[in-house]
Design a protein around this ligand. Structure first.
Ligand SMILES: [Zn+2]
Length: 134
């Protein structure tokens, strides 16, 4: 495998399920994308992408939308289905959700998750800016 194929394979493996794993960029960008991928993986080893492409000669690199504030919320939601109709069950749901959001573990995870996202978006913005000269 050449270095270029390796970078393509590495990034294509990061596409979120349901998105076309196509790295629509010129080959000459691959060393730069390899660096970006390594830097992002240092912040979040399992990070995913939804789109990586060239637009108007510049890189566009998209992370998935965040459905949950923190990983703990994903687990919490899996254990607490949202009651379909208004009533006591839904009141209990909201009470339990508020209790979850008040836990120190939740607050810690939210802070970490936001910080991680902020650092990743910063690196991505820099790469998108610089890509005009790649
Ligand atoms: Zn949570």
């Amino acid at each position: 495998m050449t270095d270029q194929e390796d970078v393509r394979a590495r990034i294509e493996a990061r596409f979120t399920k349901g998105f076309a794993a196509v790295l629509a960029v010129p080959d000459r960008w691959l060393p730069h994308l390899g660096e970006l991928d390594r830097a992002l993986a240092q912040i979040h080893p399992g990070y995913q992408v939804t789109q990586v492409k060239e637009k108007y000669g510049e890189l566009r690199f998209y992370l998935p939308a965040q459905l949950h504030e923190a990983p703990c919320c994903e687990e919490w939601e899996a254990r607490h289905p949202y009651p379909p109709s208004p009533g006591p069950a839904r009141d209990d749901f909201h009470e339990a959700l508020t209790a979850h959001q008040d836990t120190s573990d939740h607050r810690r995870q939210v802070t970490q998750s936001r910080e991680r996202r902020r650092k990743m978006q910063h690196l991505i913005s820099l790469a998108e800016e610089q890509s005009a000269h790649w």
